[in-house]
Design a binder for this molecule. Structure first.
Ligand code: F6P
Length: 549
């Protein structure tokens, strides 16, 4: 029986290497567009409200065909179908991967171990909706009978980044009379700054933790409880009115002292970084209301269905995933910039960092063998115009290839005044200008023609040829946000499938957690920590003497 060759020995992989060497040794976007102006229309894919332009990529029809063959050879669609079916594709944790079930319609049937999980999903959504409505209307009151005006989400990683990002993204849709804060860092300053101007009688804490064992979250939640009780006269009963939990671990929630009735559950088949459309989104649901939350879920579902059913050549997450592989594996690109031209998406890239880097930062394949190819990518970026005056220089004229996503919207949010709305065209002009400058640059002759002195010509020349994807949507709504997030979720999935890695575990975060627990007593109690390496031992000694100076 012949063995399946490893990824880089597959003929589909070597065909791409050859294609890179033959057709793209000195690829120029200028030439590609000159040879085929129709690529501006042809290299566009639409999903839901998203118009995704990938014409400014270092590709031609042959590249796309070869990438498609790689996807077929690595059976991306097979793994995709297994994910949607509820198979245990998270092999190292022996779990199903079913964030898509979180946004499935009520009548869908998705089974895990023979049980349809969809009714449970909707039961929790309904419970969340009831609670969110009570908080929003003032029917849910605190221990002293005052209505809740402040909501503080305590969580970290996937239990923080998603709700915090989405709350910012959807601010115009939020109940402006309520205050929302997100606490994640175990640095006490985070909680301090979040609550220092709040009245405990009007404050609800949402403790978000899939495992309910994460030390940062439990430590912050414990301090928050002390702050609350100190402010409300020390009556333990206050906890029931001011603390709710979002978790898969009912036992630990009860141990913490939170009434299980005030727990909103989710399931082990929801990964932390794929969880903000589960109970983890409760703070967001309180902010935007259940109807808007459901619109967001529908947006996710639209892209899920597209990913599941669209043909390969028009499948947006598949295309974006393969383009990332093209640059990361065949051009040596190490990073990928995500540059939203929307102030409301300020935290979007930070959210994607966890989604992408925790999923695909792996160096062994699904069978435990060391991979012989690059995986993952460094994802970075901030809102576009700010970046233009900071780090875009390196993208334009540096030596590295940095593919970028430019994300923008045709309409500003409705609540801006006329003068601020008018600024939107300037914002978007910057997005389009950057895509153009990055792709086509400015030749030395063009610079000379402007009368620039010869010695300055090299400094003012832009080679261009920097690939970008432009994602354009009519407006940043709850549905569009769901569509965007699902697009990136499935893009990450595609890459993990091709690289044959488990995109759904995160063992790489464990060692640091264990060592922190071991080192902490040396800092707090001055205890000796056996087995510390000399460098860390010296740092601990220096810390202790500075601390006590
Ligand atoms: O340590 C990494 C991680 O497990 C993430 O995957 C997760 O999103 C985060 O910690 C928070 O975990 P939890 O929701 O269990 O507190």
């Amino acid at each position: 029986m012949s063995e399946t060759p490893r990824l880089t020995r597959r003929p589909e992989w070597t065909a791409l290497e050859d294609h890179r060497a033959d057709a793209f040794q000195r690829p120029r976007l200028r030439e590609l567009f000159a040879a085929d102006p129709t690529r501006a229309e042809r290299y566009v894919v639409r999903v839901g409200d998203l118009r995704i332009d990938y014409s400014k990529h270092l590709i031609n029809d042959e590249t796309l065909a070869l990438l498609g063959e790689l996807a077929a050879a690595t059976d991306v669609s097979g793994l995709r179908d297994a994910m949607f079916r509820g198979d245990r594709i998270n092999v190292t944790e022996d779990r199903a991967v079913l964030h898509t079930a979180l946004r499935a319609p009520r009548d869908a049937v998705i089974e895990v171990d023979g049980e349809n999980v969809v009714p449970g999903v909707h039961a929790v959504l309904d419970k969340m909706a009831g609670f969110a409505d009570r908080v929003r209307s003032g029917a849910w009151t605190g221990h002293t009978g005052r209505r809740i005006r402040n909501v503080v989400n305590i969580g970290i990683g996937g239990s923080d980044l998603g709700p915090a990002m989405a709350y910012d993204a959807l601010r115009p849709f939020t109940a402006r009379e309520l205050t929302f804060r997100f606490v994640s860092n175990v640095d006490g300053a985070d909680l301090h700054e979040a609550v220092r101007d709040l009245d405990p009688a009007e404050t609800l804490f949402i403790v978000a933790s899939k495992t309910f064992t994460t030390i940062e979250t439990i430590t912050n939640a414990t301090s928050a409880r002390s702050w609350l009780l100190a402010g409300l006269g020390g009556d333990d009963k206050a906890v029931a009115k001011h603390f709710v939990a979002l978790s898969t671990n009912a036992g630990k929630v009860t141990d913490f002292g939170i009434d299980p009735d005030n727990m909103f559950e989710f399931w082990d088949w929801v990964g932390g970084r794929y969880s903000y459309d589960s109970a983890i989104g409760l703070s967001l649901m309180i902010a935007i209301g259940p109807d808007r939350f459901r619109e967001m879920l529908d947006g996710f579902h639209t892209v899920d269905e597209h990913f599941r059913t669209a043909p390969a050549e028009a499948n947006a997450p598949l295309l974006l995933g393969l383009l990332g592989i093209w640059y990361g594996n065949f051009f040596g690109a190490e990073s990928h910039a995500v540059l939203p031209y929307s102030h409301y998406l300020s935290k979007f890239t930070a959210y994607l960092q966890q989604l992408d880097m925790e999923s695909n930062g792996k160096s062994v394949d699904r069978d435990g063998q060391v991979v012989g190819w690059e995986t993952g990518q460094v994802v970075w970026g901030t809102p576009g115009t700010n970046g233009q005056h900071a780090y875009y220089q390196l993208i334009h004229q540096g030596t590295r290839l940095i593919p970028a996503d430019l994300i923008g919207f045709a309409r500003p949010v409705a609540e801006l005044g006329d003068e601020l709305k008018a600024q939107h065209d300037l914002l978007m002009a910057n997005l389009f200008a950057q895509g153009q400058a990055l792709a086509f640059g400015k030749t030395a002759d063009e610079v000379r023609a402007e009368g620039v002195p010869e010695e300055q010509v090299p400094h003012r020349t832009f080679l261009g040829n920097h690939p970008t994807t432009t994602i354009l949507a009519p407006e940043l709504t709850p549905s569009v946000l769901g569509q965007l997030v699902a697009l990136y979720e499935h893009k990450v999935f595609v890459q993990g499938a091709v690289w044959n890695i488990d995109s759904f575990d995160q063992w790489g975060v464990e060692l640091g957690k264990v060592l922190a627990k071991r080192v902490e007593p040396a800092l707090t109690q001055g205890a000796d920590v056996p087995g510390l390496d000399p460098s860390t031992a010296a740092l601990v000694a220096a810390y202790r003497s500075l601390k006590n100076a």
